[in-house]
Structures are given as C-alpha cells and as structure tokens.
Design a protein around this ligand. Sequence first.
Ligand SMILES: [Zn+2]
Length: 53
Amino acid sequence: MSQEKRCDYNTCKEIATTKGHVWTRDKEFIEVNACDEHSKLSGFFPEPKEEDK
Ligand SMILES: [Zn+2]
C-alpha cells in the first residue's frame, strides 16, 4: 500500500514529495511535508534524502 501525503502548506492539495522543517510564528521548528512547489520556498528546510547516503 502506498502512503501518499498531502502538502502541509495552507490550502495546498498537492501530494507531498519532500519532507522538511519550517519555523512557525511561535518560533518552533516543526516537521512538514511539502510538494515540489512549496519545497522550493526559502522558509523550507529539506531533510537530507535517505538514498544520498
Ligand atoms: Zn504545496
């Protein structure tokens, strides 16, 4: 079974392709899932990919 995750950005309905972290307004560093478009935003910090090891 495939587990498709949705992009966590507001109103976005794309399938998430990248896992990473963002800072919230409360200065918390939280884990989020992002689609191709949102993973390019400057406030998004992608995690290193497992397959890069
Ligand atoms: Zn998105």
